[in-house]
Design a protein around this ligand. Sequence first.
Ligand code: BG6
Length: 809
Amino acid sequence: MEHIKPHSLGQNRRCPGCWKMLTVAMCMALVACLQAQELQGHVSVILLGATGDLAKKYLWQGLFQLYLDEVGKGCSFSFHGAALTSTKQGQEFITKVLESLSCPEDMVPRRCAELRGQFQQLSQYRRLRTNEDYMALSKDIEAQLEHKGLREAGRVFYFSVPPFAYADIARSINSSCRPGPGAWLRVVLEKPFGHDHLSAQQLATELGSFFQEEEMYRVDHYLGKQAVAQILPFRDQNRKALDGLWNRHHVERVEIIMKETVDAGGRTSFYEEYGVIRDVLQNHLTEVLTLVAMELPYNVSSSEAVLQHKLQAFRALRGLQKGSAVLGQYQAYGEQVRREQQKPDSFHSLTPTFAGILVHVDNLRWEGVPFFLMSGKAMDERVGYVRILFRNQAYCAQNEKRWVADQSQCLPRQIVFYIGHGELGSPAVLVSRNLFRPSLPSESWKEVEGRPGLHLFGRPLSDYYAYSPVREQDAYSVLMSHIFHGRKDSFITTENLLASWVFWTPLLDSLAHEVPRLYPGGAESGHLLDFEFRGTQLRFSRQQLEQLVPGPGSAPKPSDFQVLRAKYRESPLISAWPEELIAKLADDIEATAVRAVRRFGEFHLALSGGSSPVPLLQQLATRHYGFPWAHTHLWLVDERCVPLRDPESNFQGLQAHLLQHVRVPHYNVHPMPVHLHQRLCAEEDRGAQMYASEISALVTNSSFDLVLLGMGTDGHTASLFPQSPAGLEGTQPVVLTRSPSKPHQRMSLSLPLINRARKVAVLVMGRLKREITMLVSRVGHEPKKWPISGVLPSSGQLVWYMDYEAFLG
Ligand code: BG6
C-alpha cells in the first residue's frame, strides 16, 4: 500500500466507490497471482559451484535478473547455492555476493532493494558432497513444497564446476535428486566439453547415461550475447533484402573476431591444456560462424530446424589443414606458466594464445568466400564482431567528395554484428547505408545516437544504419531466461558439439607441435600478427626476423644455392629449396602444357596423389593464369580404393587443391573408377580395364604428355610396391595392387604404361626421403625391389625434381 501516493488517496475520498473497486481489483489480482503460482508451480534452482569465480561474476546476477523478470508471473522460486565449502563459509560468501546484486538502471532504488531482499530470502547455501546430501536436498525441496502447498514445476541444476566433477554430480542428481512426476529437470553445463572429439564423445556418452538430451543445456555464453542472438532474427526479418546478397556472388569475406586485452595469467593451468583454439574458437567463434553460414530455416524460432541447419553447415565446412592456421603466443606467457606451475627454466610452452584460421564453406552459397576466424589474448584492444564485407563492382563517376553515404555504391558495403566493447562500447548491428535500411524489432533495438568523430571499420558511424539494444543485457542473464523458458536453440546439443569437434580435432592434432610466433602483446605487437591468405593457405604477412646462426657442419642456407642442375640415375636432376623447386616444376609443367596444346590441341597430364604434390597443385591453382586448363585432360596415376569423396582419395586431393580453383571442363577430368556397383576395386567390376580403355580412346598411343610421380621411402612409385609384381611388367596398362599401408587396395597405372609417356617428372621432397634417394642413386634396373628404378620412358624424357633435404640431407 505504501506506494499509493497521498494525492491519489485524496482522489479516492472524493470517489468512495473507487476505493472499494480498487480493493476488489487487488484481491482479484492476488487470487489470480496465487492461482497462477498454483498453475505454473515452483522452480528450484541449484547452483553448483556457487562460490566459484563464474558464479560470483555472472551467475548470481543472472539468477537475480531471472527473478526480477519472472516475479509475479506465476512461478515461485527457491535458489540453492551449493559447493563443497563448509556451510558457514559458503553462507558468508553468498551473503556478500547477494548484497552486491544490481538492478536495471531504470528501476527505482526502493523497488530494487525490496526485490533484492526477497531474492536473498529465497537463496540459501548448502554443502553438497555426498549422495546423501543430494537425497537430503530433494527431501527438503519436497517438504517445502508440501508445507506451502505448492506444485513442483521443475528443478534447474547449474554445473559451474570443473568437468572432472561432472560424472559424480550427474549420478547423484539422477539417482537421488530428480523432481517428482510431471516436473521437468534441466541441467546446465559449462565448458570445457572435452579436449578433442574422442574426449567430448566420452563425456557426452557418460552424461547421456544420466540425462535425456532434452534435459541438458550446454552453455556457450556467446549465444546469449545480444548481437549474436540477433543474427538469425536479423537474417529472417530482412530476408527480402538479404536474399540476393547473402552469397558468394556478393560477399567478399567474413571476419569473425574476438580480441581480448587480458592475458592468461592466473589461469595457465587451464590454458596450458586448452589454448586459444579450444578455449574460444572451437565453441564461441564456431557457433557464430554457423549462424552466419547456415541456410536460413523457414522458422528461425524452431530449435529443431535451427539445429538441423547448423549441422548441415558443419557438413559443408572444408577440412582444415596445418596451412589453414597461424598461431601466436604473447611473450610473457612462457614465464607465467613456469611461475604458476613451478616448471623449470628449460620448460617452453607451445600453447597458442593467438590464432587466425581460414575457413571455407564448400557449398553453392559460400564457395570461394574466405571466413577468417581470429582470437587472441594480450591484444591491443578488447572487441568482438562479425563483419560481412560485400564485393564492390561499382565505379562512381563523381569526385569522392560528392559521394553520399546512402547513395554512393563506391563506399564500402558491410553488415556488422558488433558483439561488444571496442570503440563503440556496446553491442550493435551496423548496416552500411548504401546497402539497405534494415528492420530490427523496435521494442528491443533502437537507433544509435550520432557520435561525431567515431569511425568503425574505416567509415564514420554516420555511414551506417546503426542499432543497439534498448536494454543492454549480460549474456548469462539472457541465457538464464532461456533456460527457464526451455528455449533450447541457445544451447549446444550433443550433435552440435561433436560436429564442431569433428571439424577442429584434425587441425588441433596437426598443430600439436607447431611453434607459435611470439608477440610482445598490446599495441607493441605492431603488424607482427597480421596475416593473409593465398589460395587455401593462411600465413603471417611479415616474415619473422630470425637469425640463422651457422654452426659447424650447418645445413645449407637458401642463399647458398639457387636451383641446382645435375644428373641422377643418368637423367636430369633439378634440385632447390622446396619453394623454388615447386615453382620450377610448375613452370616446367605449364611450358609442357602450352607446347602440347599448340601442337596437338590438347594436353594429357597424369597426376599422383599423396602430400608431396599438394604444394605443386596449389602453385598451379594460384599462380598459373596462362595455363591452358580448357584443353587439359587430367588423369590419375593411382588411386586408393575408397569412395572418391573420402578424404583419403587421391582424387579428393586433386579436387581440393586444384580442380575447385581452375576451370577444367568436366569431361576432361578422369578419376579412376575404383567405386563401381557400390563396392571398391572388385576384380569383377573391371574398373582397371575400363580406365585403360578410356586412356586408349582419348590419349594418342596411350602416351601421356606428362606423368608426375613420387617416390616412397620403400622405393615405391605410383601404387607399384616392392615385392608385389602387379603392374611392373606385362600388357595390362592399369592394374589393381596392394599397398603395405592402409588403405591396402589400390589402382595404378602400370610401369609399361608410365614408360610410354612423353615426359615423366619425379618429385621427391623432405628429409625422410634422404635414405632412399641415396640408395636408389646406386641401384640398377630392379623394379621388383625398387619399383621407381623401373621408371625409364622408352622414348620420352625423365626428369627428377628433388628438394635439398631429399637430395643433400
Ligand atoms: C571464455 C573463455 O569462454 O570467454 C575466456 O574461456 C574468455 O578465455 C571469455 O576470456 C571471453 O568472454 P567475453 O564474454 O568476455 O567476451
